[in-house]
Design a protein around this ligand. Structure first.
Ligand SMILES: C[S@@+](CC[C@H](N)C(=O)[O-])C[C@H]1O[C@@H](n2cnc3c(N)ncnc32)[C@H](O)[C@@H]1O
Length: 275
């Protein structure tokens, strides 16, 4: 079972990797360039075996992301030839669940209906953190658009930046289907936001900041206007958390706490930008 229990592994198989773009493939496979196969864990062996048995998938990954050639060549050396048939399918299901936070992006509809941080979240939480009326807003790492579409009900315009192609297309489908007029979707990562300085009244994110918090907040500050707001608005889950992010507090964010309906301790953060 995966850490968050977002998916049933039986709904996925290794073919979902054909739906991944270059950015995601790099996130998953680049580490295998330097990992010794003697250090492989059970899930690495499963992945190696599945990739070895699918020459088409090897072809796809190496064409889509040529920089991964060495990683894939090294990975498949760790394949287990004894792993076949039903035994391999059971290991594949286990792998899909272990990799839930990656594979779920290949089926955005499952993400919207199964990820508890999305389903249990109430958009009033966002409205309580920041005034969005008539504002120009950026949502970084927008995912399926939890924050984007909530913000769009009040803001003048919302720009949803998202590095995963399947998620961008999911948001574009929703915009078309619901004839939403004030949302634009584009590519982009938090460390390199595709906008000029001083562009936004509000910069939103949820479950995105944290890998290199100082640099990420610096980049968010760059694109925010003087006097604008940076808001970290996470979803509602069941995770017990002892304390808020020390990094965000050090960087001047105000902390907002509530207990989620699922029992999790939810910390959100706001900061007014001063330039
Ligand atoms: C757990 S999801 C959260 C989605 C959405 N923000 C929400 O809270 O509903 C994390 C999202 O961040 C995106 N992401 C991951 N790393 C990122 C990065 N370095 N820059 C921008 N987005 C990133 C992922 O593609 C994914 O859509």
């Amino acid at each position: 079972m995966g850490q968050y229990n977002w998916i049933n592994g039986k709904d996925f198989d290794i073919n979902c990797f054909f739906l991944m773009d270059r950015w995601m493939l790099n996130m998953i496979f680049s580490k295998y360039e330097k990992t010794d196969i003697d250090d492989f864990h059970r899930i690495d062996v499963t992945l190696a075996t599945l990739i070895k048995q699918s020459p088409r998938l090897q072809w796809f990954i190496m064409r889509k992301a040529p920089e991964l050639r060495k990683s894939i060549e090294n990975l498949v050396k760790g394949a287990d030839p004894k792993l076949t048939g039903k035994k391999l399918r059971l290991r594949e299901i286990e792998l899909m669940e272990e990799m839930e936070t990656d594979v779920v992006y290949t089926k955005p509809k499952i993400m919207v209906s199964s990820c508890n941080y999305i389903t249990a979240w109430d958009e009033e939480t966002l409205y309580g953190l920041v005034d969005l009326h008539d504002k120009v807003v950026l949502d970084l790492g927008a995912g399926t658009g939890r924050l984007t579409f909530a913000a769009a009900k009040r803001a003048k315009r919302v720009y949803a930046s998202e590095p995963v192609d399947m998620l961008r297309e999911h948001m574009r489908d929703k915009i078309r289907l619901e004839n939403i007029q004030n949302v634009k979707v584009l590519d982009g990562i938090v460390m390199n936001i595709p906008y000029e300085d001083d562009t936004f009244d509000v910069v939103l994110s949820g479950h995105v900041v944290g890998e290199d918090t100082d640099a990420e907040v610096k980049e968010m500050t760059r694109v925010a206007k003087d006097g604008g707001k940076i808001v970290v608005c996470n979803g509602d889950d069941d995770i017990k958390r002892d304390e808020p992010s020390a990094d965000l507090i050090r960087l001047g964010f105000k902390v907002h706490y509530h207990k989620s309906s699922l029992g999790g301790d939810i910390y959100n953060y706001t900061k007014t930008v001063k330039k």
